[in-house]
Design a protein around this ligand. Structure first.
Ligand code: GLN
Length: 539
């Protein structure tokens, strides 16, 4: 069996340059050339995983099919590559240290002093190689979170330095992503920050093999030559990544820059056929040339930071392109919604989606949003907490259960229509203890959900503690809200819908985690189609 090749992606100059998008784009090109590729993200923070992080801190927490709570970059990997990632694809400093400290307590180090080098760096390398060991992949791309020079990322950079020697130089390479700013005052692009950042890598013992330069405007050949000269790389290995309007254009841009060829040559791998990217280009064409347009409100409480709803925003982009429809997604702050301003908040919309979330803050605004959609026959899509809000709203306003609530928001409610799952009742630890990852959902045949999926059983990803309280199901169904998706093992309610409404669906799971560019999630596709109706054509 051929050896696994490792590509490391580091970042310099500034954070948020888009290492995840560059890694995903490169992976997409290599995958299209016939290689099996996966991407791993190493995060230098001390949390075991981002599951306990407030979305304001780090954006959305992405959930894999095996139930890992991970960095949102894994969402990009799956959306670009259309393959599943797992817990092994995301490792944090907390996880590394936990393993090493547990080993120390077991006595595995036989009386030795446990140190960052070699023990922590060995554990980092073990985690990197673990992904490669599965025999599934030809190439593993590992993205190192943070920026070179950060105190926290030092052990990772050291592990990469060691990997280059352990694995052999043709099996391992480093791509460094930096920023080349344009200084208006002098009218030129500045390469000095890149030079300094490469110097920081060199001080750590790493010569980058490829430099990807983020820039707002095209770089001249002179600028690339200068970077090549000062940073000890050949010009072919200096690649520009110019700002584009959609992240999904980046693979095509990287193809034009020959990034995939440079990488394959460096790793001494066959070039194989040029990637046709047919489905990908088809998506880009549809995204750029919409035939209709809709306004959809996404009601949430983390709207100040759109990254908090990353997967939902991207799922709307996939579903929009598939309908050849431009989706103007308006993020609406649930705390600003009242019964008095509902008309001005929602009147101009073609559909309302209510986002996932935790805690009581902003919940009443979400319930008002559901009420507006239900009463005005406006397409409604509730995701996780959004579905729970739909249930609460129906209980209060249709069933007349006056203080109906979720026990998450009001533990003393007389009508706990959403309640803690039995197995959650004695859990005190917050980290990794929700109902997480893929669970089956059996779909009732004569339902809208079935028309959408056209399948009797699907698997969808979860991240919640509370659930629909079965005790009330008969009352709901008699009044017109039906459970059309049920977990076949636990009987937990997964999908609620109102058949007599134009399009009203709430799902306890998170369809947004499994929508990809070439396989948009059917719930998003059909929700957008319902919002489109017959109107909104672009002339
Ligand atoms: N807070 C709710 C629960 O834990 C919903 C979670 C979510 O929207 N992801 O059940």
């Amino acid at each position: 069996m051929a050896e696994v090749k490792y590509v490391f992606v580091t970042g310099g100059v500034a954070s948020s340059l888009g290492k995840g998008i560059i890694s995903s784009s490169l992976a997409k090109l290599l995958q299209s050339r016939g290689y099996n590729v996966t991407i791993q993200k190493l995060d230098p923070y001390i949390n075991i995983d981002p599951g306990t992080l407030n979305p304001y801190e780090h954006g959305e927490c992405y959930v894999t099919i095996d139930g890992a709570e991970t960095d949102l970059d894994l969402g990009h990997y799956e959306r670009f590559l259309n393959v599943h990632t797992t817990q092994a694809n995301n490792v944090t400093t907390g996880r590394i240290y936990k393993t090493v400290i547990e080993k120390e307590r077991r006595g595995d180090y036989l009386g030795k002093t446990v140190q960052v080098i070699p023990h922590i760096t060995d554990e980092i390398k073990r985690r990197i190689k673990l992904v490669g060991k599965t025999d599934e992949y030809d190439i593993v791309i590992t993205e190192i979170g943070g920026t070179v020079g950060d105190i926290e990322s030092l052990p990772y950079i050291e592990a990469v330095r060691q990997m280059k020697w352990d694995q052999g130089l043709s099996n391992c390479m480093v791509i460094h992503l930096t920023l080349v700013p344009f200084l208006k005052a002098s009218g030129e692009h500045k390469t000095k920050p890149t030079q300094h950042s490469v110097k920081a890598l060199l001080e750590a013992g790493i010569q980058p093999d490829v430099l990807v330069l983020r820039t707002e405007e095209e770089l001249t050949e002179d600028v690339k030559e200068k970077v090549a000269l000062f940073c000890n790389v050949d010009k072919q290995s200096v690649v520009q990544s110019v700002d584009v309007s959609s992240i999904y254009e980046v693979p095509v841009k990287m193809l034009e820059e020959g990034l995939d060829i440079t990488v394959l040559n460096r790793l001494k791998l066959e070039l194989k056929d040029e990637p046709p990217l047919i489905a990908w280009r088809d998506f880009l064409r549809k995204q750029a040339n919409p035939k209709s347009e809709v306004n959809i409100g996404l009601v949430g409480k983390y709207v100040e930071l759109p990254d908090a709803y990353k997967s939902i925003v991207e799922s709307f982009a996939h579903g929009g392109a598939s309908n050849e429809c431009r989706v103007n997604l308006q993020l609406l702050h649930s705390e600003e919604i009242t019964a008095y301003n509902a008309e001005s908040q929602f009147g101009h919309l073609d559909g309302i989606a209510v986002a996932p979330g935790f805690g009581a803050r902003g919940i009443e605004g979400k319930i008002i949003a559901v009420k507006y959609a239900r009463e005005n026959n406006m397409p409604f899509f509730g995701i996780c907490l959004g579905m729970q809000c739909a249930v609460i709203e129906f209980a209060r306003n249709v069933l007349n259960y006056k203080d109906a609530d979720s026990t998450e928001m009001n533990p003393d409610t007389d009508y706990p229509v959403i309640d803690l799952m039995e197995e959650q009742k004695n859990i005190t630890y917050k980290g990794g203890t929700m109902r997480l990852g893929g669970y089956k959902c059996r779909i009732q045949k004569d339902s809208r959900a079935f028309e959408i999926y056209y399948k009797e059983e699907v698997t969808e990803r979860h991240r919640h503690r509370y659930e629909f309280n079965d005790k009330y199901l008969k009352d709901f169904e008699n009044a017109g809200m039906i459970a059309t998706g049920i977990n076949p093992e636990s009987q937990l309610v997964e999908i609620m819908e109102i058949p007599r409404h134009r399009w009203f669906i709430g799902v306890q799971f998170h369809p947004e985690y499994s929508s990809t560019v070439v396989k948009p999630h059917p719930l998003f596709v059909e929700f957008i189609k319902a919002c489109c109706g017959e109107k909104n054509e672009i002339e």
